[in-house]
Ligand binder design. Structure first.
Ligand code: G4P
Length: 194
């Protein structure tokens, strides 16, 4: 998505030992809603002709993107996996573990109420970043636990130099990433795959 690549080049900042792309001015802290709407439209076009019953994402950053995408998909419901099992999500839940590759961070569980994910449903996964693929793997696991089907994954930014894209595609899941980063550094900036 050309508009996204231009926005990353203009507003993105490479940080954290060249491992983190900060896009919090428009994507995952402050949110440019009109731009997120365009992102939703792009996902709609890429998954045109795929019947989809539900969008599944993970809190927190995926939620806004998933909601605006849902509007483009004729207002299908958005479900997000929670990172804490609060009282509000008591009862029957699907649970999966997200491995963590970030130093100092522990693996954690995510939860989805069984009430909102049914066998046979066709589910589109949406998230802001695909890096190591651990969050997406856990979402796929939950869809499978429910006896539902993964239609594909819509990712805003794939860090193609990290293993997540290969991992998820090797599971047979169609991954549509709107921008794929080949390399990045504070000195040279961001280089896209295509
Ligand atoms: P994964 O999402 O592919 O599993 O990747 P990983 O475990 O490596 O990433 C851990 C968290 O860091 C995820 O957010 C992911 O979206 C985010 N992340 C990974 N790479 C980048 C990056 O280059 N820039 C930014 N801004 N974020 C990155 P999370 O733990 O789910 O938190 P949340 O932000 O959704 O609340």
């Amino acid at each position: 998505m050309e508009e996204l690549k231009q926005r990353i080049l203009r507003d993105g900042k490479v940080r954290g030992n060249n491992e983190v792309l900060k896009v919090d001015s428009f994507l995952n802290h402050q949110m440019d809603v009109a731009f997120l709407q365009a992102i939703g439209q792009e996902f709609r076009e890429r998954f045109a002709h795929c019947p989809i019953d539900r969008i599944l994402t993970i809190e927190a950053s995926g939620i806004g993107i998933a909601c605006l995408s849902a509007l483009a998909f004729d207002k299908i419901p958005v479900l997000f996996a929670k990172k804490n099992k609060t009282k509000n999500i008591a009862g029957d839940v699907y649970i999966s573990q997200v491995e963590s590759f970030t130093q100092g961070k522990r693996p954690y569980n995510i939860f989805v109420s069984k009430e909102f994910l049914r066998p046979g449903e066709r589910v589109l996964l949406i998230d802001d970043f695909l890096a190591n693929g651990s969050a997406l793997s856990a979402l796929i696991d939950i869809v499978h636990q429910a006896g539902a089907e993964v239609v594909g994954a819509g990712i805003v930014i794939e860090k193609a130099f990290q293993p997540g894209g290969d991992l998820i595609r090797s599971k047979g899941v169609r991954v549509e990433s709107l921008a794929r980063i080949k390399a990045m550094s504070e000195e040279t900036g961001v280089v896209f795959c295509d």
